[in-house]
Design a protein around this ligand. Sequence first.
Ligand SMILES: [Zn+2]
Length: 154
Amino acid sequence: MKYCKNCGKELQEKNNFCTLCGTPVSENATTIKPNNVVLETVEDKKKGNVFGIIALILHFGTPFLTSLLSPIMNTIEKSNYSAISGIVASLIGVGYLSSWVIMIVGRVKYPKNVLCKVTMWIFIITAIMEVVGLILIMAFCYITCTNMDFSGCY
Ligand SMILES: [Zn+2]
């Protein structure tokens, strides 16, 4: 049995090209089975891209869409406001969490996909920036609070 050097797929004697990656068999055949050499197929690339795109849309689209709702939110009666803003907040939460889940599933199922890789780094970097931002705000509040002079209040 011969294997494709490029992607590790078993090669048929009758074919001149690898059926998975299309590399010519003559220059690409090996009798040793390559370990974990699997090239991304066109089909996998498409599916992986779908995961990446959906993850990105959910991650950045949900807060954007809900911000579009704010003019409508302002017209809502005060009695209904807390319930509706609760729904909106949970929508943002669900969108954010599911974007991470979809990204991770995409990364695991299609490890060769570039878009899933890029999406992962975008998610990680934005998460780090959000945490750093939160710490900076808390530090700023802490400093201003401790420096405040309350002696005049008593
Ligand atoms: Zn191949």
